[in-house]
Design a protein around this ligand. Structure first.
Ligand code: FAD
Ligand code: SIN
Length: 527
């Protein structure tokens, strides 16, 4: 591996190519026509959580049957008292305009026979308000956005480019920075994993849109790219981070041992009337919440977890046998086909399901303008803590959050971009003193160990003892990884391991500090 000696200058450096990164890139590129926008993404253009989104995007589409106030209240209730109400109001009210934009960019949402958009329902929503494209909404959004990006001249889209670290005063002035200090972001060091060289990017503005961190758990719906890189990078750069203890477990991932990531059975399926049954075939949600199958996700996931712990069964079932098959197949072709491929005929068989990690509600703190605590570093999407989700995200509010905050960042930049100068005197990556890593298998072992620790001790139900165990074991892994990282040639695997450990450690620490059960955070010692 070599460090490239030149500096790559770009006006905007966008890290991540999900809904948050792509929609931001498109907006700034179209507005600042003379600027250069560089998108970097760690694998393929469309590989990200967004691509796998099934249910859709929540918005108040028809005010004759729905209202902003209802969407606001549903979001606040799901968030269990931790949301920032001003942010919730802003996002919900911005939603229709952002959705219209997505439609103008070519996203196709399903329509009913009368030509109106067909609106789905999911847990925690008091109205049908989810715009969707069958059960592959995210893939449709990625398709439309990438098509737009490819037709925009001033965007340079680099695949297999892995952001290692943000560049701040720490590297430029070679001085220690402190979390509350005034820090500026000047770009990022990026590993070109195909050429095996580290490139230095200097940028006026950096947008962190790196998504979630599901890979810290054994069972997750998130693809392998979701390793918490953005949270860890921002934390190392001394950005403010919060609410990371609020991990959302989706109640109904398909139970199919050996399949990683877990395949999701969308909450929209319960929105269409599917029923949860225990291993013996009995309904149980009435014991936990009057909204039964459509209670918010934290409640349904915890109910299933309890049923499984009490019965010792490996999974519960989702019963769709009573739903009109033609309508089911039309709305959920991907789920129908997946089940069929495993010999599950949804007309007569129950679908085996169990909870899986799905989403992180907290992350890098941002304000209304999507600004982080670091100057010229914006962030949007799942990597952030915006105040929208509080302790538990309402279904289908996540894609929306990415769209709204990427727009807000763009809007803020229309007022201040002209004042930002290209950073100078950025040092190139220093690769002296490193050796080829001859034992890459250690990285694989350690990644597996992180996942096991987090799944065993920092899962749906936590306790003081479990958190202490996690903390001690993660500290050991941190020490081992630091030695490896300081002396070995870089690889994206090694960087990911470092970020998995950091994010896991943060989740554990924030969990230890939380003194009240809220939303997605539950400790048996706080009952
Ligand atoms: P992502 O879409 O995850 O994009 C992150 C990008 O950053 C990726 O391109 C990744 O490769 C890149 N990246 C990460 N680290 C680096 C690095 N170090 N260097 C370079 N690039 C990097 N939400 C809803 O609102 N509705 C739904 O129906 C819905 N369904 C879902 C179904 C599934 C199976 C999953 C997993 C999630 C679902 N969600 C849903 C959640 C939602 O999809 C995500 O929260 C949202 O897509 C996040 O968008 P994002 O742009 O922030 O991140
Ligand atoms: C789903 O389709 O169940 C996922 C929706 C979401 O994560 O918001």
């Amino acid at each position: 591996m070599n460090a490239e000696k030149k500096i790559n200058k770009t006006d905007f450096l966008v890290i991540g190519s999900g809904i948050a990164g792509l929609s931001f890139a498109l907006k700034v590129a179209k507005h600042f026509k003379d600027s250069l926008v560089t998108i970097i993404t760690k694998t393929e253009k469309d590989e990200c959580n967004t691509k796998y989104a099934q249910g859709g995007i929540a918005t108040v589409w028809d005010e004759t049957v729905d209202s902003f106030e209802q969407h606001i209240q549903d979001t606040l209730i799901a968030g269990d008292g931790i949301c920032d109400e001003e942010i919730v109001r802003m996002v919900v009210k911005d939603a229709p305009e952002r959705l219209n934009e997505l439609i103008e960019w070519g996203t196709n949402f399903d329509k009913a026979k009368n030509g109106d958009y067909s609106l789905g329902r999911e847990g925690g929503h008091s109205q049908d308000r989810i715009l969707h494209h069958k059960d592959i909404t995210g893939a449709e959004i990625e398709r439309a956005l990438i098509e737009q990006i490819e037709n925009t001249e001033n965007i340079n889209f680099l695949t297999y480019h892995y952001a290692i670290d943000l560049i701040t005063e720490h590297q430029v002035k070679k001085k220690e920075t402190k979390r509350k200090e005034k820090i500026t972001c000047f770009g990022a060091y990026v590993l070109d994993s195909k050429k095996n060289i580290v490139k230095t990017f200097a940028s006026k503005v950096t947008m962190l849109a790196t998504g979630g961190n599901g890979q810290v758990y054994v069972t997750t719906t998130n693809p392998v790219v979701a390793t918490g890189d953005g949270i860890a990078m921002a934390y190392r750069a001394k950005a403010e981070v919060s609410d990371v203890e609020f991990i959302q477990f989706h109640p109904t991932a398909l139970y199919n041992p050996g399949e990683y990531p877990a395949f999701l059975i969308s909450e929209a399926v319960r929105g269409e009337g599917a029923i949860l049954r225990d291993y013996e075939g009995n309904r149980f949600m009435h014991k936990y919440d009057e909204r039964e199958e459509l209670a918010s996700r934290d409640i349904v996931a915890r109910a299933i977890d309890r049923e499984l712990k009490q019965s010792g069964a490996p999974h519960v079932y989702l019963d769709c046998t009573h739903i009109d098959y033609t309508a089911f197949k039309k709305h959920f072709p991907n789920i129908t086909e997946k089940c069929m491929s495993l010999g599950i005929d949804v007309r007569k068989d129950f679908i085996p399901v169990s909870p899986a990690q799905h989403y992180i509600c907290g992350g890098v703190n941002i304000n209304k303008k999507a600004k982080t605590s670091i100057k010229n570093l914006y962030a949007s999407g799942e990597v952030t803590r915006s105040g929208l989700h509080g302790a538990n995200r309402l279904a289908s509010n996540s894609l929306l959050e990415g769209l709204v905050f990427s727009h807000r960042a763009y809007d803020n930049l229309t007022k201040r971009f002209h004042k930002i100068e290209m950073p100078k005197n950025i040092p190139v990556w220093n690769d002296s003193g490193v050796k080829k890593n001859m034992e890459k298998v250690l990285i694989t072992h350690d990644k597996n160990e992180v996942k096991t620790i987090m799944s065993n001790y920092v899962g749906i139900v936590r306790s003081n003892e479990r958190l202490l165990r996690a903390e001690r074991r993660l500290r050991g892994l941190y020490e081992d990884n630091k030695r490896l990282y300081d002396h070995s040639e870089l690889s994206s695997d090694l960087c990911e391991l470092r970020n998995l450990i950091t994010t896991s450690y943060l989740i554990t620490q924030f969990s230890k500090n939380r003194k009240e059960n809220k939303g997605g955070f539950y400790s048996a010692d706080l009952v």
